[in-house]
Design a binder for this molecule. Structure first.
Ligand SMILES: NC(=O)c1ccc[n+]([C@@H]2O[C@H](COP(=O)([O-])OP(=O)(O)OC[C@H]3O[C@@H](n4cnc5c(N)ncnc54)[C@H](O)[C@@H]3O)[C@@H](O)[C@H]2O)c1
Length: 403
């Protein structure tokens, strides 16, 4: 396993040196990943094209470590951890790293050229990982001399607090590279799930209807944003409603993720973005960060119009959004994007869903989920509502996902 570096494997673990980790991109994600790796005892080399950004990242990491130390959540002092993170000015400083993660801006050409340049420096001694949210690992690794040593490791924001990491082997990734990377990231106290190299991986694909179907309900005038949020929180147990969450993520970021997944899935209507959110993004009504989105924000608090308490309406909203989410989860399983357990773990720990969607499907009843989807499909006459073949087969044979 890729945790230790030693001349002689007969040395006891505590006499071995942990491998050095390289991180490129010192923004929100790269700085968090550097902190996670250094906290796990690794030497970290942190690189960014903007020297100023590295300085800012180191001071943000210091503040974060000090807060964790004050809460008794660090085994060492903040300074001891921080000393293990070394800023780098040139890519050849990655020469001694055994695991490298890039978290630079989401741009295929930039990431592709960075990965190939780094691999020319490290040779085959190093595994290269990308933290991309939306680009394919196949495309990212295609310029590398050794694409078999490249894979995706998708951390969630903020990496220090979020436990989930999606691990994505590309079409050429060697089995040993997948296993070593998974072992390494688990040793950082993270939960890993494995996803196929497909648009949105697990979480960003399955979660689309949480936003998209909520906006459809709003656009059709069936309920207001506050009523939909209220329904999803009070009846379904979500921590945040779809509109609060879109405003929090940023309508620009959320819209772009939806649009990217939709385009990459060959314009499948199930993932179609909405004009409503596009207009908000175009108008700069990005949500919490600009003071206005689906809601207005006064003193950083949303002004939420009173929701309806019509229980029939609230139930209808929850059922419609839930069956669409379940349909995505079932289809991801059917298309072997991830295992049953990994789908449940991904949605409960990556986006904090109150329950795994497949378990939820069992509780609602697979036949009821299929009926509801077929009713929507018939009513709207849209492919968007087609039930997954897996759900239909299961309903026919009275099967459940779990016993
Ligand atoms: N922010 C999120 O919520 C989130 C979550 C999961 C994954 N991601 C992914 O992580 C990656 C980074 O996202 P972020 O939010 O940290 O972005 P960010 O804009 O905060 O940081 C990106 C950094 O990359 C640097 N950079 C640009 N080109 C570079 C190059 N050639 N070499 C080295 N550094 C370079 C920039 O100077 C910047 O500091 C993206 O691929 C993004 O899709 C982001």
């Amino acid at each position: 396993m890729l945790l230790w570096k030693s001349e002689s494997l007969s040395l006891p673990e505590n006499k071995m040196t942990k491998i050095t980790i390289g991180v490129a991109g010192a923004g929100a994600m790269g700085s968090g990943i550097a902190q996670v790796a250094a906290s796990a005892g690794h030497q970290v080399i942190l690189y960014d094209t903007q020297q100023q950004t590295i300085g800012n990242a180191l001071s943000m990491i210091k503040t974060s470590l000090q807060k964790l130390a004050a809460k008794g959540r660090l085994k060492e002092s903040a300074d001891e951890v921080l000393e293990r993170i070394k800023p780098a000015q040139k890519l050849n400083e990655f020469a001694g790293t055994a695991f490298f993660i890039e978290a630079v801006i989401e741009n295929l050409a930039i990431k592709k050229s960075l990965l190939s340049e780094v691999q020319r420096v490290t040779g085959t001694n190093c595994i290269l990982a990308s933290n991309t949210s939306s680009l394919s690992i196949a495309a990212l690794s295609s310029g590398c001399p050794h694409p078999s040593r490249v894979l995706g490791t998708h951390f969630f924001n903020p990496p220090v607090l979020m436990k989930l990491v999606e691990i994505i082997p590309g079409i050429r990734t060697e089995e040993s590279v997948l296993h070593e990377s998974t072992g390494l990231i688990r040793s950082w106290n993270k939960l890993t799930v494995q996803a196929k190299d497909t648009p949105g991986f697990i979480v960003n694909r399955i979660a689309r209807p949480f936003y998209g179907e909520a906006i459809r309900i709003l656009e059709e005038g069936i309920a207001s944003a506050s009523t939909i949020d209220h329904a999803m929180k009070s009846l379904a147990g979500f921590k945040m409603g779809p509109f609060e969450l879109m405003d929090f993520i940023g309508n620009d970021v959320n819209y772009t993720v939806t649009e990217t997944v939709w385009k990459q899935l060959f314009y499948d209507p199930r993932y179609k973005p909405s004009q409503t959110q596009r207009r908000l993004a175009e108008a700069g009504m990005l949500g919490y960060k600009t003071g206005e989105g689906f809601y207005k924000y006064v003193d950083q608090t949303a002004v939420v119009p009173p929701p309806s308490d019509n229980i029939q309406l609230l139930r209808k909203i929850v059922l419609r959004i839930l069956v669409m989410l379940i349909n995505e989860a079932a289809d991801a399983l059917y298309l072997r994007i991830a295992s049953k357990d990994d789908i449940e773990i991904a949605m409960t720990s990556g986006v904090n869903y109150p329950k795994g969607l497949l378990k939820w499907a069992d509780e609602i009843g697979i036949d009821k989920v299929v009926d509801e989807l077929l009713k929507l499909k018939e009513w709207y006459n849209e492919e968007r509502y087609r039930p997954s073949v897996l759900l239909r087969k299961m309903a026919e044979s009275n099967k459940t996902f779990f016993n």
